[in-house]
Design a protein around this ligand. Structure first.
Ligand code: SIN
Ligand code: CO
Length: 338
């Protein structure tokens, strides 16, 4: 079991309110050592070191492991650790297109990245040492942000509740809810599971590719168009176009936006069992498979589903067309041998 959530978790908390769930996961058993994490950091484009005593300066190419009260953050650790990748693949109920990445922080006693809000849903799971969390509410979406040293911190953040997380404890934070973690010892390691969502603008941008939009007509309530636009009428025209757009094209645009920018791995060759590479985003939309912001026809739904499972897809006996598609995916670095 990747993690244990209460039965009412999605109905009560998901995207609605933060919640602290003690002993929700056994993933702490997969925690890297500080030395291992630093090795991954040196090999990663997604590592940063935050120095709160220097105005929360963000060092994007850290050249030393955390010391004093620094925090080292390493994103996309699923691409470094097959066991963490397998753990993430087994997370309950959320599709792989929703998965952003696994990030691990290692912080020294007293270290913090400051009070902030994230754009996406996040599970913060303690995997070593202890961390105190000050947790806000969705009202923090309205708080102003201060830019300092590369960090964006919340101005005027106050905690609604405070908890101490020990290994296995999970804190769920919905998008926009303020939070601040402070490491209580030099061991402190936290695994963040991020879940992304495309923005409305991402979807509209991709909609242009699948359903070229007709030009709008002049927006005017009172005769000839002049120098003044009528906002209500523009909105009505846009809404009416969206309402009449074919649902299939809307979902395709959503799928293209939702899967772009995943993290491919190295090209590979087909073997007997293949699965999606960790960090690669894919979704099935009514007969079409969308991977990394591109749509493909020619692979059936059962094969797609098998690619998503821990056992992968058996390639023996597949049609020549399916093999050709899988070879393209493998060359792109979207598949791994299982
Ligand atoms: C951390 O692990 O130090 C910060 C993670 C977060 O607040 O999102
Ligand atoms: Co955060």
């Amino acid at each position: 079991m990747a993690l244990t959530l209460p039965d009412d978790f999605y109905a009560t908390h998901w995207q609605k309110s933060p919640v602290f769930l003690p002993a929700a996961s056994t993933v702490a058993a997969l925690a890297p050592s500080p030395e291992q994490l630093w090795d991954w950091a040196r090999d990663s484009h997604h590592a940063r070191l935050i120095r709160p005593l220097a105005d929360f300066a963000v060092d994007l190419e850290p050249d030393h492991p955390p010391s004093e009260c620094h925090t080292l953050l390493v994103g996309h650790v699923e691409t470094h650790s097959p066991t963490l990748a397998a753990w993430a693949a087994a997370l309950p109920a959320l599709g792989r297109w929703r998965f952003a990445d696994l990030m691990i922080s290692h912080a020294m006693a007293g270290a913090s990245v400051g009070a902030h809000r994230d754009q996406y849903d996040v599970f913060l799971i303690q995997i070593r040492g202890q961390r105190q969390w000050d947790v806000g509410t969705l009202a923090d979406r309205a708080l102003p942000e201060i830019n300092t040293g590369g960090s964006k911190l919340l101005d005027g953040f106050t905690a609604d509740f405070t908890v101490t997380a020990t290994p296995g404890d999970l804190l769920y934070i919905p998008p926009g809810c303020g939070h601040r973690g402070v490491a209580l010892d030099d061991e402190c390691m936290t695994l963040s599971v991020g879940f992304r969502m495309p923005s409305v603008f991402d979807v509209l941008e991709r909609l242009n590719e699948v359903a070229p939009a007709p030009l709008l007509t002049d927006a005017t309530r009172t005769g000839a168009p002049g120098n003044t636009l009528c906002g209500v009428e523009v909105r009505e025209q846009l809404l009416s176009w969206i309402q009449q757009a074919p649902a299939h094209e809307l979902s395709l645009a959503f799928g293209l936006a939702a899967t772009q920018l995943g993290e491919p791995t190295d090209p590979t060759e087909l073997s007997q069992h293949m699965g999606f590479a960790p960090g690669v985003r894919a979704v099935w939309v009514e007969g079409e498979l969308i991977i990394q912001g591109e749509a493909f026809i020619g692979l059936d739904h059962a094969s797609y589903q098998a690619l998503c499972t821990p056992d992968g897809l058996a390639t023996e006996g597949l049609s020549g067309e399916a093999i050709a598609i899988l070879e393209t995916f493998a060359e792109e670095g979207w598949l791994v041998s299982i």
